[in-house]
Each structure stands twice: as structure tokens, then as C-alpha cells.
Design a binder for this molecule. Structure first.
Ligand code: SF4
Ligand code: SF4
Length: 190
């Protein structure tokens, strides 16, 4: 009997809660026909950014993002020219092992990589989650970003030269000269 009362009580509480929301605006959306706008700083897929004027990738192949990635989701293949400068061959992101930590974006000083607000990239094969340069660049083309201004470092005033350190050894005592200017004889009796 106790269980019956408890059940009726819970039913009334549930109906009361439902009744409270009957006249209110729905807080769910009919996905996929409706979607919530993602917050600007939400972390979705990793994409590559391009220069807005030239369309070229902003990446300088500095490798900082690859080294910052805790899951090794980023692989950068490059060549070197005759001056030793790195030339990007392929930028690969395995979206399947990315943990969306954002460390790669933080490490990049060139606005070359960003976690876009996009998130729909489900696939049946894990290999399809390995994205190469072309795909990363294409999906990143409409991603808004601000390129950081590079200021030249101001020349620092030259530091004052330190004062010469005092000589810890006492100056040698001057030996008295004889009348004719010759050195005094040393009594070497011992
Ligand atoms: S994306 Fe940024 S951090 Fe990564 S290699 Fe390119 S310039 Fe360096
Ligand atoms: S978000 Fe994190 S895990 Fe994903 S690629 Fe960037 S550093 Fe690696």
C-alpha cells in the first residue's frame, strides 16, 4: 500500500512539472532540420586557415602545433629548400583521435590553424577521419579569424657597463730605492 501512495505522489509531481512547461517555448530543436548556433569559441574540428587576400595557407611549418598535440593527431610532412627553410608537403589531422583540447590552436602564432565551430563529420570508416591539407584548407576557408598583428620589437637601450670589480689583492709594497737608484741588496743570510 505504501508503494501505491508513493507511485501516485510521484505521478502527480511529474504531471505538475510537465504542466509548468506546457505554455513555454520549446528548448529542444528538430535536428537535423534545425540546429543551435554554436558559440564562437566552441571547439569543433581542426581546420587550416588561409590568407584572405592571397588564398595561401598561413602555415609556416613551424611544427609547434604538432609538438603541442597530446594525442599525436597532427602530422606535418615537409621538405627543406637549399637554405634549410621548411616547405610544407602535407598537413594531416586525424580527427578521430583528436581530443578537442585546443592546444594546437594555442601553440600557433600565425593564425594558421583553428578549431572551427563545425562538428558534423561522422563517418563509417575511421580512415575517413584522417584529413589532409586540401580538405583542411577547404573547410577552413569560410572560418572567420583575426590575424595577429606582428609588431617589431622595440630596440632596448644598451645596458650600462658594470663598474670594474675591486682588486681583492693589495697593491705590492714599493721597495725603497738606494741613493744611486740601484735596487737594495737583499740580505740572504738564511
Ligand atoms: S599550423 Fe601554426 S603552429 Fe602548426 S605548423 Fe603551421 S604555423 Fe606552425
Ligand atoms: S585539439 Fe588537441 S588533440 Fe586535437 S589536434 Fe589540436 S592539440 Fe591535438
Amino acid at each position: 500500500m505504501k508503494k501505491v501512495y508513493s507511485g501516485i505522489k510521484n505521478l502527480i509531481i511529474g504531471l505538475f512539472t510537465t504542466g509548468k512547461h506546457l505554455g513555454r517555448h520549446a528548448i529542444t530543436v528538430q535536428y537535423p532540420t534545425e540546429r543551435w548556433p554554436m558559440p564562437e569559441r566552441s571547439r569543433g574540428i581542426v581546420v587550416l586557415l588561409s590568407d584572405k587576400e592571397t588564398g595561401e595557407l598561413n602555415c609556416t611549418t613551424c611544427l609547434l602545433c604538432m609538438r603541442a598535440c597530446p594525442t599525436a593527431a597532427i602530422r606535418i610532412d615537409y621538405d627543406k629548400d637549399e637554405k634549410g627553410k621548411r616547405i610544407l608537403k602535407d598537413f594531416v589531422v586525424d580527427q578521430g583521435i583528436c581530443c578537442f583540447c585546443g592546444l594546437c590552436e594555442e601553440a600557433c602564432n600565425f593564425a594558421a590553424l583553428k578549431m572551427a565551430t563545425k562538428y558534423e563529420f561522422a563517418t563509417y570508416k575511421s580512415e575517413d577521419l584522417i584529413w589532409h591539407t586540401d580538405k583542411l584548407q577547404e573547410i577552413g576557408r569560410d572560418v572567420p579569424y583575426e590575424k595577429p598583428e606582428r609588431k617589431k620589437p622595440e630596440a632596448k637601450p644598451a645596458a650600462p657597463k658594470p663598474a670594474p670589480a675591486p682588486n681583492p689583492l693589495p697593491a705590492p709594497e714599493e721597495k725603497p730605492e738606494t741613493k744611486d737608484g740601484s735596487k737594495p741588496e737583499v740580505n740572504d743570510a738564511n
